[in-house]
Design a protein. Sequence first.
Length: 200
Amino acid sequence: MSKTLRVIALLLATGIAGMAQAQEDGAATEAEPEADAGGLSMGEEATPLVGDTYRASTHGAWQINCVKTEEEKDPCQMYQLIKDPQGNPVAELTVFDVPNGAQAVAGATVVSPLGTLLTTQMTLAIGDGQGKRYPFSWCDQAGCVSRLGLTGAELLALQNGTSATVTIRSIQAPDQKINLDVSLEGFTAAFKEIQVPNTQ
């Protein structure tokens, strides 16, 4: 028998003997699952830690992303990845509650790719309604960010609508509009879910 095989045989024999002794001593209980698994950890559920972002649920085209805190209720936002007609990811849209807001009852953030023409700003149109133009606040490695305030009427239109359109332009083709469809499927249920934690 080679030296390597002798070492393996010794380890196996030691492990088996140790397990047998543990069972005799009553040590192999449910409190020590490693012994039942031959010394292997079976793991535990990876619950979010404070500061972690996690997906709480999904409503139609919207997913609910929350940040784990020490509070009873975690703050959450609605999120949708916006794709072009070919299915390529282009932008991101988040919607959040604004409790006791004055003019804005809800807020939204649109992140468009680097190379977006900033001077023409970003336009959001709900259904067939007249769109509104919003400036970009900054750009970083993630993209260019536009922050929106939504009125009560606009929030109601989003809840009752089926689609919206985000329009941007590229610095490579400034004369061409890039219209991105936003699905409003599940918007009402998603917004209702994020209201509770934020208002409490």
